[in-house]
Design a protein around this ligand. Structure first.
Ligand code: 26Q
Length: 832
């Protein structure tokens, strides 16, 4: 193993005994200058703010590392129980401003930069996003580790260090163009490479049986093509509490001996090509946020994450306890972020049995007591499956273990439901119809002691529907953990003016106890308070106007209602319903039906999976409509439709403070939770939404009067489905008829005939799973109510305050507290 080891004579403790860093303005200035000039080699002629960003980041990083070591040592001394959050995605966004906020040094650093003639905000904005995730699930992982550190819980994130994160999106002629996101091209000051903890990962090869010294049957996995996983650690600071946890991301590399045989045979090129295969594994994030089945590279990624992380943890255990695993389950817990890392169930079995000599039963008892699984989708087609033949080829020993888990499991099912062969086939970890497939969600359920959904409705539907057989067998495993977002990034960080005003009003406890925001309710009839609230909302809108101008050369009208839908493109999220409403407003303008008009600016942003044809057409449609509206003098300021390109974490930080109206309009029963809805609410936007995902709980918290509800319920959707007849609905609704006519006559694609036919046909089909047409009328009517409310500024402001005031439940501090109370059972660890 290519460890870079210390020489024995190195006096380690004298080296690491570093004097405490200063936190005054003068210290920041001196440290900054040293890094800027000596480390980065820049001088006063360097015009790029990037190096100033980098120098400042090095300064801040030192402060993180100081607390990081203390945290690390404290956990080690206390030998506390730990949770490992295993996730293929950590959508971290930017680090610098969040690090300063959590360290509590933003103000002093800003003053230091000012004294140096630098604008802190400009430096902060040069940082590239760490876009190592698709959307909700990846961002949730990032919010979770922020909250875990803030609650002083020993939680470590494990993921992959993709060389290329989420693609960046450009819009050319209205269409999405993807560009690779080489986010590491200028290096990454926040990470520390730790080659000394490199792990070896097996692929391919074959399984051999042998009898060991004790006479027991054993298996070994041999003739494998190995890959190395090298960890890179990033510090995760809690909020002003001295805790700095770790996010460990694995990069794949070739083994040193990878090429020896080929090399000696003179096949230099072959050997180097093989090295590429190894390095490819962690090269790129898969950019689809629903299942893309069957890609071998994706399974390799998943196994690399599972195996490297578990080996790391097990090696650490063995270093301390030798091969006595009796208390392993009391000290370790693995939370699986969806099924993506669920091969961990079988991998932990393999490590315990093959590498550490445990019996099947002992290993299974440990596995079932340490694994917990979170599901993030209700769409059956999005459940992960891997073909048995692919598994056999890449991970033959792991597949054997899955078969054996399945044999034991099916025996249990048989005992519970004797003679019920249908149920056996339904519940088997192996789908036998057609090409044999491993059902990863079932593996995760069978191997875990906890299975949770991410909002109340979602968890209920999992139990009643998708996982009902398993719920009948093990009702006690199933539970709900409603999602949240971290209030540090999503209020304190992204909306500093509103945050200061809240703190002036109710004190600063809300930053770590978001239920404190409830105290704002006492001020909804305070004229002065409301006026200030309104003016701050306006400032945030103006900031988005400025950002859009600078970033995209887009002109927004600050006096219009900002109606925003930003999220991944998916038919179930129904960006199309939003579009139908825009066309309806346009039609009203053209017909002169504009009495009591409310000017509206509809902003839509988001990425489509590169292979998702329909989603890409919807993006094109939005851009075409946008063009028609902006070039029609009849429309003027009354209505605009704006596509915000390259939506990402750092863009949301500018967008969510500026929203008046948050669009959460998915078909009921399809959005597991949503988390954008929570960010908007926290920042004082009002929601127009269906009874889906966390919207239901948002409405419960804020009260029905402060939420614009529309659409069919999940029950109603399923009842209507067999008789769904969109054509009839269209014919009975004159507004909708005109909207469809504008679409069908090619009004938005005059020079591109037919390009929207597939989109139009999809919503007109009686098999449209998302039933967009069914909710049109109630959506349009509720949007009218939105306008009535918006025209009454005082009423709207009160509603806005009520939204922020009642967003306390949607802090990930609450979510993580729930995970800890009901699943993990960790003790908080105070760092001195
Ligand atoms: C799977 C296999 C192969 C390639 C990619 C994938 C893949 C990748 C990402 C599948 C799914 C995802 C992401 C899913 C996701 O973000 N789900 C969202 O999770 C949020 C957090 O719980 C919820 O709020 C959203 O409702 C849910 O859609």
């Amino acid at each position: 193993m290519p460890h870079r080891s210390f020489t024995k004579s190195t006096p380690v403790s004298t080296i690491t005994n570093v004097p405490k860093l200063g936190v005054n303005k003068a210290d920041f200035i001196a440290d900054f200058k040293r890094y800027y000039s000596h480390r980065l080699g820049r001088d006063e002629y360097c015009r790029s703010p990037y190096y100033a960003y980098e120098a400042l980041s090095l300064v801040i990083s030192d402060h993180l590392v100081e607390c990081w070591k203390k945290t690390y040592n404290t956990y080690k001394e206390q030998d506390c129980k730990r949770t490992y959050y295993l996730s293929m995605e950590f959508l971290m966004g930017r680090t610098l401003s969040n690090a300063m906020l959590n360290l509590g040094i933003t103000g002093d650093v800003a003053k230091a930069m000012y004294e140096l003639g630098l604008d802190l905000e400009e430096l902060v904005d040069t940082e590239p996003d760490a876009g190592l995730g698709n959307g909700g699930l990846g961002r949730l992982a990032a919010c979770f580790i922020d909250s875990a550190a803030t609650l002083q819980l020993p939680v470590m994130g494990y993921g992959l260090r993709y060389e290329y994160g989420m693609f960046s999106q450009e819009i050319v002629d209205g269409e999405q163009i993807e560009h690779p996101d080489h986010w590491l091209k200028n290096g990454n000051v926040w990470e520390i490479e730790r080659p000394e903890y490199t792990q070896r990962i097996k692929f391919g090869g074959r399984v051999e049986r042998f009898i060991d010294a004790d006479g027991s049957q054993r298996k070994c996995w041999i003739d494998t093509s190995d890959v190395l996983a090298v960890p890179y650690d990033t510090p995760i600071p809690g909020y002003k509490n001295g805790t700095v946890n770790t996010l460990r991301l694995w990069k794949s590399t070739a083994t040193e001996e990878f090429n020896l045989q080929d090399f000696n045979a003179g096949d230099y090129a072959e050997a180097v090509a093989e090295k590429n295969t190894a390095e490819n594994i962690s090269m790129v994030l898969y950019p689809n946020d629903a299942n893309e089945n069957g890609k071998a590279l994706r399974l390799q990624q998943q196994y690399l994450l599972a195996s490297a992380s578990l080996q790391d943890i097990v090696a650490n255990w063995v270093g301390r306890h030798g091969s006595n695993f009796t208390h392993f389950a009391d000290k370790n817990c693995f939370q699986l972020n969806d099924t993506h890392p669920s091969v961990s169930v079988a991998e932990l079995m393999r490590l315990l049995i093959d590498e550490h000599g445990l019996s099947w039963n002992d290993a299974w008892a440990i596995t079932k007591k340490t694994m917990a699984y979170t599901n993030h989708t209700l769409l059956p087609e999005a459940l992960e499956k891997w073909s048995v033949s692919l598994f056999e080829r890449l991970l033959p020993r792991v597949l054997e273990i899955i078969f054996e888990i399945n044999a034991h499991f099916l025996a249990e099912v048989s005992a519970h439901w004797p003679g019920d062969t249908d149920r056996l086939a339904r519940m088997s970890l192996i789908e036998e119809a057609g090409e044999k497939q491993v059902r990863m969600a079932y593996l995760a359920i069978v191997g875990s002691y906890s299975v949770n959904g991410v909002a109340e409705l979602h968890s209920k539907l999992l139990q009643e529907g998708l996982f009902n057989d398993f719920y009948q067998l093990w009702p006690e495993k199933f539970n709900n953990k409603t999602n949240g977002v971290t209030p540090r990034r999503w209020l304190a960080g992204c909306n500093p003016e509103l945050a200061s005003f809240i703190t002036e009003t109710i004190g600063d406890k809300w930053v770590t106890d978001l239920s404190e925001l409830k105290k704002l309710e006492a001020f909804i009839n305070d004229k002065k308070f409301c006026k200030k609230w309104y003016s701050l909302q306006n400032n945030a809108k103006q900031a988005l106007v400025d950002y859009s101008k600078k970033e995209y050369d887009i002109n927004l009208n600050v006096n219009a209602l900002f109606d925003i839908q930003v999220k991944r493109f998916h038919e179930y999220k129904r960006q199309l319903l939003n579009v139908l409403h825009v066309i309806h407003l346009y039609d009203r303008i053209k017909r002169g039906d504009t009495e009591n008009w409310t000017n509206r600016c509809v902003l839509i942003g988001g990425k489509a999976a590169p292979g998702y044809y329909m989603a890409k057409r919807i993006i094109k449609l939005i851009n075409n409509i946008s063009q028609v509206l902006s070039s029609d003098p009849d429309v003027g300021d009354k209505l605009s439709l704006v596509f915000l390109p390259n939506y990402r974490v750092s863009a949301m930080e500018k967008i969510c403070p500026a929203a008046d109206l948050s669009e959460q309009i998915s078909t009921a029963g399809k959005e597991a939770s949503g988390t954008g809805n929570m960010k908007f609410m926290m920042n004082g936007a009002l929601t127009i939404g269906t009874l889906d995902g966390a919207n239901i709980e948002i409405r419960e918290e804020v009260g029905a009067d402060n939420f614009f509800l529309f659409g069919l319920t999940e029950d109603e959707v399923e009842k209507l489905r067999p008789d769904y007849n969109p054509t009839e609905i269209i014919n009975q609704d004159d507004d909708l008829k005109r909207v469809m006519k504008l679409l069908e006559c090619g009004h938005f694609n005059q020079f591109e005939p037919g390009i929207f036919n597939d989109v139009i046909n999809s919503i007109k089909s009686s098999n449209d799973p998302w039933m967009t047409i069914a909710d049109f009328r109630s959506f349009i009517d509720m949007q009218k109510q939105v306008e009535v409310a918006y025209q009454d500024t005082e009423r709207w402001t009160r509603m806005s305050i009520m939204n922020t005031a009642n967003s306390g439940k949607f802090s990930t501090d609450r979510t993580i507290q729930n995970y800890n109370d009901e699943i993990w059972g960790l003790e908080p660890v105070v760092i001195k």
